[in-house]
Design a binder for this molecule. Structure first.
Ligand code: SAM
Ligand code: SF4
Length: 329
């Protein structure tokens, strides 16, 4: 297997997040406006052949871990066959998927068989009426059924991602964490990031406060997790089947250990979630570029990866160029 490339700050870059669509069947308040979302035309989106080609080139460079995301990846037609194609690329170490879970009951078994190693499912609440307020669709029961289907299909661990917002769902931190006593899930609490900026400061809860609330349930021990690929800090309650993850993109820079690249559904390569810089691989592909040219463009993007983001700066927040569903979270 090739050695992963390193960037200018000696970080090993071995992880690619592939957004395969900007479409979504939910409208989460922190991610997407309710109406008037400008959608990419199909002619502006990478085809599956192009996505697989870019994944193959990235893997040949040593970027061996791939996550499929969106928008909601499972709404794109034939998402399963794309997963199969990427999973069978020589040299891939792990293929994972992030989903809102709405369609997971139908897909979980197929995804497992297709070679998806793990799924992350967004779950901000256990209350159906609150789900409707946050995701703007009355689909909690479908998501819960999807989570159960993922568990039955054999995904291990099933990871649940909760974006914590003050006065919206922070009163459920404890209940969501308690799921780890009953299920072998990893429940991961994510700091709210300023993509849909309205009332941002009053909604934000820093990771240390989330941790404080968790410690009220029972003593929390720090644990290590073998399949971890990213910035979560892991904890566990004594006797629990599952684990707790805390992801603090805002209050704590995990930039020194960042190993990721992102490819948007319209073929723009981003070396930082919060940067405004993008490398246009779409144009290169459509101009008939060779694998070597594409590889060189990827290397240039890696070399220009910024040392860190400036997300806590109010000035920078105004500069976030794309919403989360369009970048691929
Ligand atoms: N639709 C899929 C889903 O919801 O899991 C995949 C795409 S979504 C953009 C990926 C992740 O980004 C989700 O876990 C979501 O909660 C997270 N996310 C979106 N907007 C966010 C924000 N403003 N702050 C923190 N996390 C956010
Ligand atoms: Fe859709 Fe995921 Fe964004 Fe929610 S977080 S609107 S499910 S892309």
């Amino acid at each position: 297997m090739p050695t992963p490339p390193t960037d200018s700050f000696h970080r090993k870059i071995d992880y690619l997040r592939l957004s395969i669509t900007d479409r979504c069947n939910l409208r989460c308040v922190y991610c997407m406006p309710e109406e008037g979302v400008a959608k990419l035309d199909h002619s502006e989106m990478l085809s599956y052949e192009e996505i697989v080609r870019l994944a193959r080139i990235a893997i040949s460079m040593g970027i061996s871990k791939v996550r499929i995301t969106g928008g909601e990846p499972l709404v794109r037609k034939d998402a399963l066959s794309l997963c199969e194609s990427i999973a069978s690329l020589p040299g891939i170490a792990s293929l994972t998927l992030t989903t809102n879970g709405v369609l997971l009951s139908d897909f979980a078994e197929g995804l497992f068989k297709a070679g998806i190693a793990r799924v992350n499912i967004s779950l901000d609440t256990l209350k159906p009426e609150r789900f409707l307020r946050i995701a703007r669709k009355d689909l909690f029961s479908r998501v819960w059924a999807g989570i159960m289907a993922a568990d039955r299909a054999g995904f291990s661990p099933v990871k649940l991602n909760t974006v914590v917002m003050a006065g919206v769902n922070d009163d459920e931190i404890e209940d969501l964490a308690r799921l780890t006593f009953d299920y072998p899930f990893h429940v991961r609490f994510i700091e709210f990031m300023p993509f849909q900026q309205r009332d941002y400061d009053s909604l934000f809860i820093p990771a240390f406060e989330i941790l404080e609330r968790l410690r009220r349930i029972a003593p929390l021990e720090k644990v290590t997790v073998s399949e971890s690929n990213g910035p979560a800090l892991h904890y566990g309650f004594k006797g629990a089947k599952g684990k707790i993850g805390i992801i603090s993109p805002v209050s704590d820079h995990f930039c020194p250990n960042c190993n990721r690249l992102r490819l948007t559904a319209d073929g723009k390569l981003r070396s930082c979630l919060f940067s405004v810089d993008e490398t246009d691989l779409f144009q290169l592909l459509r101009r008939g570029a060779s694998d070597d040219e594409i590889c060189a463009a990827m290397v240039a993007a890696i070399n220009s990866k910024p040392e860190k983001h400036h997300l806590s700066s109010a000035v920078f927040r105004k500069c976030i160029s794309r919403p989360m569903f369009s970048i691929g979270g």
